[in-house]
Ligand binder design. Structure first.
Ligand code: TXA
Ligand code: MG
Length: 340
């Protein structure tokens, strides 16, 4: 298949109408969002959704998020209650996915056979204009080959999906860089399934109680069934084994300094000058978790382009936006953590 590429200066009503038509006709369009790029198909068309799974090499029991152009549209695809309305008022459009009981129009081929569906109204204007142009809700996972880091730039998408999708829309670098926060609403209970830019503190400001799924921070026992099927799959794994190093900065820097030439160090921007004689990739400013979120997946892709046999990175904290970094990095590291 020849993939049509729409550059940043080619995005207009005409190209978005063409993209919408591809989606209505059952094709695949990659589009930017504020979190990561999405690989979209008509969410009401089971055979279109099936193409997403084959393009990504994604296991069929891993459900897709359904993207809508306006928070009010959720009611057409899910049974919405007061909790959804509060979340929507506070955080939508934005980097939040809400899981609720699905309506009959959403095929099981989109929800991985589950009775629930994840609904997300992205903040990115190109994404919403595309969904409006399509006139149908858009099922979209991150636009990477399964197991690779999510794409935060159109170049990453090209590397993974050129020739496998009908169109790629280049919206530049994603503003946040990690996937949306996922919250499940069930019988009035609120559970955080995946941390993101909408932080646990922000959710706790809205509800008396927010549970945190075990898989957010901990390794699940073998054979456990996570609340979110995606959490059981190995994710974002670089080819060389990654180790996360916890403890004081002083101890970590000393540990990094002793690394050999086969080891790649992921270091904060300010630390680069300390490691002239080492292989390093920078991962954002130390005191700025947002800049680290924006860099993480690109850094992991860069790491794969090196000959490193081992990668070391700082262990993120478990608070605020860093919780999202922690959640992604423990997966990338297959839970290899060294506390100094
Ligand atoms: O920021 C994002 O959410 C991006 C952009 C493109 O919107 N999308 C994204 O999709 O990250 P994906 O498929 O890579 O991750 C979706 C996660 C998976 O772990 C999946 O298992 C979980 O959401 N999920 C989706 N629907 C679910 C449901 N009904 N119940 C439980 N988990 C669900
Ligand atoms: Mg993904």
């Amino acid at each position: 298949m020849k993939t049509r590429f729409i550059g940043q200066n080619e995005i207009n009503d005409i190209t978005l109408a063409a993209a919408g038509e591809i989606l209505r006709d059952g094709g695949l369009v990659v589009f930017p969002t504020e979190t990561v790029y999405g690989l979209g198909a008509n969410a009401l068309d089971e055979s279109a959704a099936a193409k997403i799974y084959s393009a990504k090499g994604r296991p069929s029991d891993n459900p897709l998020i359904v993207h809508i152009a306006s928070p009010e549209d959720a009611d057409k695809y899910a049974i919405v209650g007061d909790e959804y309305r509060r979340l929507a008022k506070a955080f939508m459009p934005g980097p939040l996915t809400v899981i609720m009981t699905k309506r009959g129009c959403v095929p099981f081929g989109v929800t991985g056979g589950l009775d629930s569906v994840g609904i997300r109204c992205p903040e990115n204007k190109i994404a919403r204009a595309l969904i409006s142009a399509a006139g149908v809700p858009v099922a979209a996972p991150s636009a990477n080959i399964s197991g690779k880091p999510s794409p935060t730039a159109a170049e990453h998408v090209k590397d993974d999906l050129d020739g496998k999708v009908d169109m790629i829309i280049d919206g530049g670098e994603c503003t946040f860089g990690l996937e949306s926060t996922i919250v499940k609403i069930e019988d009035g209970k609120i559970t955080l399934l995946r941390p993101g830019a909408i932080t646990l503190d922000m959710l706790e400001a809205l509800f008396d109680k927010v549970e945190v799924a075990e898989a957010v921070t901990d390794k699940l026992p073998e054979n456990a069934r996570p609340l979110s099927p995606g959490m059981k799959y190995r994710h974002y794994a670089p080819t060389a084994p990654l180790w996360l190093i916890g403890g004081s900065d002083e101890k970590r820097i000393a540990y990094f300094s002793a690394a050999d030439s086969d080891t790649l160090l992921l270091v904060f921007d300010e630390e680069k000058s300390l490691f002239h004689n080492h292989n390093v990739i920078t991962i954002g400013a130390k005191a700025d978790a947002s800049s680290q979120a924006k860099r993480l997946f690109a850094a992991l892709r860069e790491a794969d382009g090196t000959a490193a046999k081992k990668i070391l990175a700082p262990l993120p904290k478990k608070s605020g936006i860093s919780l999202a970094l922690y959640n992604r990095m423990i997966r990338a590291a297959a839970h290899n953590i060294i506390e100094l």
